[in-house]
Design a protein around this ligand. Structure first.
Ligand SMILES: [Zn+2]
Length: 271
């Protein structure tokens, strides 16, 4: 890993919440969902880091400085490459039980071999196989963690990936991971789209019941309000009506569909 500073942009969103932003388009210009938002929640005795990023530059020194003497928990929202590649810096991480095996072995990023961007040399030096964390612990829906004055509940949200999770806090935040954000959406096969819609409905209901007003997505603008969930639900529900406008997009092995509102672009997996 190279030692360049100012790769990450750090900002304090609340007394107990930092966001560490990383631009994933640096790895390949095909990714337009900058920035990746890595969150750090600070309880009184324990901190929680939500994702470890692209693994290009060390993130642990930044985290260590921000958490002081607190114990640290490290979660991955899901296994896609831009979220767990810094795991090796931390001894122990958590991910939903459906995705433990995906991050337990060296992570193959050989699809970046042809990237026009210089930075992929960091991956090349590791033969495009990024080592995993030593210990990987499974998470389940409903698991609860006490950070000290902040409680965190794991919500299983399958669709974007089989083990995507969102986090609900006792202080009123919902971290929506890649389940909901404005920008390019990576969706499973067409026949699995109903599962994505079910997950979004579940989150809409949860936010209404818990009176959650602030959503913290893993990409692009943050925070967002509840309209993000309804905009995305309506957009994805409309895909069937505009299915004929799809174009093949081979880098992602997907069909690309433009949302008429301009708020989203969909990549529906072919495989
Ligand atoms: Zn992502």
């Amino acid at each position: 890993m190279s030692k360049e500073s100012n790769h990450f942009e750090i900002s304090k969103q609340k007394d107990y919440l930092y966001v560490i932003k990383e631009n994933i388009s640096l790895v390949h210009p095909v990714y337009t969902n900058d920035p990746l938002n890595i969150y750090l929640l600070l309880g009184t005795h324990t901190a929680l880091l939500l994702d470890t990023g692209c693994g290009l530059f060390p993130i642990k020194p930044i985290v260590d400085e921000l958490i002081g003497k607190r114990k640290l928990l490290v979660f991955n929202t899901h296994y896609h490459w831009d979220h767990p590649l810094g795991n090796v810096e931390f001894g122990e991480v958590y991910i939903h039980e459906n995705e433990v095996e995906f991050i337990s072995k060296p992570y193959d990023v050989s699809y970046f071999k042809d990237s026009p961007n210089e930075i992929v040399k960091v991956y090349e030096e590791q033969n495009f196989l990024i080592p995993p964390a030593e210990i990987i612990n499974p998470l389940k829906d409903g698991d609860v963690f006490d950070l000290g004055e902040i409680g965190v509940e794991v919500i299983h949200c399958p669709g974007h990936s089989p083990g995507s999770i969102c986090l609900l806090t006792s202080t009123g935040e919902l971290f929506t991971s890649d389940v909901a954000y404005y920008g390019d959406q990576f969706l499973p096969k067409r026949k699995k789209i109903p599962q994505v819609l079910d997950t979004l409905l579940k989150l809409i209901k949860l936010c209404k019941n818990q009176k959650i007003m602030e959503l913290f997505p893993s990409h692009r603008q943050s925070p967002c309000d509840l309209t993000l969930l309804s905009d995305l639900y309506e957009g994805i529900a409309n895909i069937e009506n505009i299915w004929d406008t799809k174009k093949p997009f081979e880098f992602f092995h997907s069909w690309q569909i433009e949302d008429p509102s301009g708020k989203f672009r969909y990549y529906v997996s072919k495989i």
